[in-house]
Ligand binder design. Structure first.
Ligand code: DMJ
Length: 639
């Protein structure tokens, strides 16, 4: 130590004090104790960061205070666009470019935690978890200590939002013919039947098993229960099934438990639970739906702790551990999964005032816009570690589908301001038209799949949503392009209709092919089933609203009749194992998306256009309506 160094020509100063060896030792011990005490005191003072800043490099203090998932990463905030929701920082928030100094960051974190509406999420003990592979750590924002903030917490202005809508959510009930009304009422009766049986035999389980009259839990939702309740809420509300809606709401209030500890699909939890809760909040203004959505949203955040920020597909909702699906090649994440979060996550930020959700999905967008696209196409498997494609399999059906849907809907939901999303959609559709759209020998237009440049002449039932999506996008093109896309949308929808009419039950198979002499029919036994899927009636609904050609209502009514004939059983609706026989066996499963999507789209097909108007709402991929951002003045405190 410098102070004890013996200076030339001078005796050492302990020696100068005339101390002997044991005394010198005691003196040194005392001195070093004193120094340690002084140094430690710096960290015991109430606002130690101020002192730490004097001694530690600035970088160290900043990074020490930015580890929480609730604070924004500098990389993410650099991409903040003023086109997405939320457009303005909440009134109570300090600017995000504020000094990175520790006290300010700490206060921001506390404020962020306070802003989250509803009760704070309870976290499992020791919830600070190492993400698989040791890549990063996450601590849910809900684990932050109670806020000392005195300013008013962020509050979403629901009344202002309702005033921004152009149509009443359940429509204005203008003139309609009696047949249309009767058909709509029939679909409402089907919904009531599906709900009543679920309630009687399976309330609180995820789905109803209508043959055995019991519930099914499954392993997609990580211990969450009530998938059918959450998926059905907004459909019950829209259909004015008031009593049933109250039953569902009561279950959410009293029995919907988010403190679960199981492995969930990030995608499924997002589209069904978060989407269903958000939509029901926007429709009703009931706080319980918002607070549950936000609480659940926080539990999904650790899935994004990967080197690229591309989330993994599976997350343990209790521990925050995440990993990739075992079946996904080389630990990859799936395009249709990480590409189908944007709509819901922007609304989570909008409602909470917490930008973290929006930043997560903007980062996904950034990774995707940068990666090289083979022939302009987006393959289905991407590594969350390197950000590169793992396999060149492209599909507008399963594994790819809703990624494209969320591009065009992000643009629509931003009130046409998110031009990056529109460009990505336009470019992707151009590549699809060029490489995947084909015409069969019999003149049917279809969208093939692509495996490293080789075409697979097959369309899945899932791919049939694309008729509706392309028609929706075409509304905003002009001239030739608009006409070409409307024709393409109509042709694809017609092909999907053919896949229904060519079966004995008038319901479509899981996949149909255009090879070896087959035209829009399943050629493999394993592809002959129908599990109450919505995609074909979804396209009928869009095409009806956008063209008003009566054939779409006729086709929809054919589906209603077929469902009644082949899928309705004593205690609910069931999928069937073979659409090519008039005596099909049932799969004993009433899927939650039957209530969320199939029945909702059928009902809307027979409604006036102002019920959940396309001018006010976009439907998430589970048919949960999310509002278009007509104004950026929703946040309380904005002028
Ligand atoms: C739904 O859960 C959603 O539509 C999803 O995007 C894909 N498939 C099912 C219904 O078929």
């Amino acid at each position: 130590m410098v102070v004890l160094r013996k200076l030339p020509g001078m005796p050492g100063w302990p020696a100068a004090l005339g101390l002997r060896l044991p005394q010198k030792f005691l003196f040194l011990l005392f001195l070093s104790g004193l120094l340690t005490l002084c140094f430690g005191a710096l960290f015991l003072l109430p606002d130690s960061s101020r002192f730490k800043r004097l001694f530690l490099p600035r970088r160290a203090t900043a990074s020490a205070s930015s580890s929480s998932s609730a604070s924004s990463s500098s990389a993410s905030s650099s991409s903040t666009r003023d086109t997405d929701l939320p457009r303005s920082p909440p009134a109570a928030a300090e600017p995000r470019h504020a000094s990175p100094a520790a006290p300010r960051r700490l206060r921001e974190k506390l404020r962020t935690a306070a802003r989250m509406a509803g009760p704070p999420a309870r976290t499992a003990p020791g919830s600070r978890q190492q993400v698989q592979g040791g890549e990063s750590r996450a601590q849910p924002a809900s684990a932050a200590p109670p806020a000392r903030e005195t300013r008013a917490p962020f509050r979403f202005d629901y009344e202002r939002f309702r005033r921004s809508l152009r149509h009443p959510v359940r429509g204005g009930r203008s003139g309609e013919d009696p047949e249309t009304r009767a058909r709509r009422m029939k679909i409402k009766e089907m919904m009531k039947f599906a709900w009543d049986n679920y309630k009687q035999y399976a309330l609180g389980k995820n789905e109803l098993r209508p043959l055995t009259k019991n519930g099914h839990i499954g392993n997609m939702f990580g211990g969450l229960r009530g998938a059918t309740v959450i998926d059905a809420l907004d459909t019950l509300y829209i259909m004015e099934l008031e009593e049933e809606f109250q039953e569902a709401k009561q279950w959410v209030e009293k029995s919907f438990d988010l403190n679960v500890n199981g492995e969930a699909s990030l995608f499924e939890v997002n589209i069904r639970y978060i989407g269903g809760l958000l939509a029901t909040y926007y429709l009703t203004g009931e706080e319980v739906f918002k607070s549950k959505a936000l609480e659940l949203g926080e539990k999904l955040l650790p899935a994004f702790n990967t080197p690229t920020g591309i989330p993994r597909g599976v997350i343990n909702l209790g521990s925050g551990m995440s990993w990739s699906w075992g079946w996904a090649s080389a630990g990859s994440s799936i395009l249709a999964e990480f590409g189908t979060l944007h709509l819901e996550f922007l609304h989570l930020s909008e409602l909470s005032g917490n930008p973290v959700f929006a930043e997560k999905v903007r980062n996904i967008r950034r990774v995707l816009s940068r990666v090289e696209k083979p022939q302009g196409l987006y393959p289905n498997f991407l590594s969350p570690v390197t950000g590169s494609w793992v396999q060149h399999h492209v599909s507008i059906g399963g594994l790819g589908d809703s990624f494209y849907e969320y591009l065009i809907k992000s643009w629509l939901m931003s009130d046409k301001k998110d031009s990056e999303a529109k460009k990505m959609y336009d470019d992707a559709l151009e590549a699809i038209e060029k490489h995947l759209v084909k015409k069969s020998a019999g003149g049917l237009t279809y969208i093939a799949e692509w495996r490293g440049g080789i075409l697979d002449h097959k369309m899945g039932h899932l791919a049939c949503f694309s008729g509706g999506m392309i028609a929706l996008g075409a509304q905003h093109s002009t001239g030739d392009r608009r006409q070409r896309h409307m024709e393409l949308a109509a042709e694809i929808t017609s092909t999907c209709h053919e896949s229904y009419t060519r079966s004995d039950t008038k319901l479509g198979p899981e996949a149909f092919r255009f090879d070896a002499g087959s035209e829009a029919t399943a050629t493999r036994l394993s592809e002959r089933y129908y599990i109450l899927r919505p995609e074909v009636v979804e396209s009928y609904m869009y095409l009806w609203r956008l063209t008003h050609q009566p054939k779409y209502r006729h086709w929809g009514w054919e589906v209603v009749q077929a469902l009644e004939k082949y899928c309705r059983v004593e205690a609910g609706f069931s999928g069937i194992r073979d659409v090519y026989t008039t005596t099909p066996t049932h799969d004993n499963m009433q899927q939650s998306f039957f209530l969320a999507e199939t029945l909702k789209y059928l009902y809307l097909l027979f409604c006036e256009d102002d019920v959940l108007s396309l001018e006010d709402w976009v439907f998430n991929t589970e048919a949960h309506p999310l509002p278009i951002n007509h104004t950026d003045l929703r946040a309380a405190g904005q002028p």
